[in-house]
Design a binder for this molecule. Structure first.
Ligand code: TMP
Length: 220
């Protein structure tokens, strides 16, 4: 009798502004479905009605005045709702979840806010429970190129809370992501986001195939 618990895989895409995560999340989900895998796309902050309401507040910049600790806690609150209402039920049903950002965004962005690392570590611990990404793809791009791409995409709309930070912040953010990747090589893979959209999609697909699909096929 096969007693193995069916569980979907959890993939997160991370990186700074303008690296092309949302496009790549859609492409990956489409390709997974094409390969016969039941998969959904989601994003943070957001992904559930409660978390989307918090997204609106967080990106408006209104929360910034409450200070970095409160801001980090609200990102965590949004994540808890997202996990409870969407991610955990999908994984339990055997559906693969591909999320545009997750806990590494808090590590990287709020980590630059001068918060005690012990506080962020404890917050992550209580927020995630048992949920951990199986694979995190970090889309890497020099900060000035990413910001220029984000500005082009935004057009005449005002920049949001974090896009409005200076170039020094975004350069430090890129380093923070590279450090996360270096610290957890079993989970994280860096993808060169300076390649064409199709090349980035292929690099992501090759990684997912090698790291997850081959193992899923062998029941690992
Ligand atoms: P985006 O999804 O359009 O990239 O916007 C989300 C913004 O929120 C982005 O600037 C990164 C930021 N963010 C954090 O600072 N911490 C977090 O935990 C998450 C999920 C996002």
């Amino acid at each position: 009798m096969n007693t193995e618990v069916k569980r979907g895989r959890f993939i997160t895409l991370e990186g700074g502004e303008g690296v092309g995560k949302s496009t790549q999340v859609s492409r990956l989900v489409e390709r997974l479905r094409g390969a016969g895998v039941d998969a959904i796309a989601t994003r943070e902050p957001g992904g559930s009605p409660g978390a989307e309401a918090l997204r609106h507040l967080l990106l408006s910049g209104k929360i910034k005045d409450l200070g970095p600790k409160a801001e980090a806690i609200l990102f965590a609150a949004a994540r808890i709702d997202h996990i409870d209402r969407k991610i955990a039920p999908a994984l339990a049903a055997g559906t693969w979840v591909v999320s545009d950002r997750f806990a590494d965004s808090t590590r990287a962005y709020q980590g630059l806010g001068g918060l005690d690392p012990g506080f962020l570590h404890a917050l992550e611990h209580v927020t995630l429970g048992e949920i951990r990404p199986d694979l995190t793809l970090i889309l890497d791009l020099p900060a000035d190129i990413g910001l220029a791409r984000a500005a082009q995409r935004r057009g005449s709309e005002a920049s949001d809370r974090f896009e409005a930070e200076d170039l020094g912040f975004h350069a430090a953010l890129r380093q923070a992501y590279l450090e996360i990747a270096a610290a957890e090589p079993a989970r994280c893979v860096i993808v060169d986001a300076g390649l064409s959209e199709g090349e980035v999609a292929q690099a992501i697909w090759d990684t997912v195939s090698f790291r997850l699909l081959a193992r899923a096929a062998h029941g690992a």
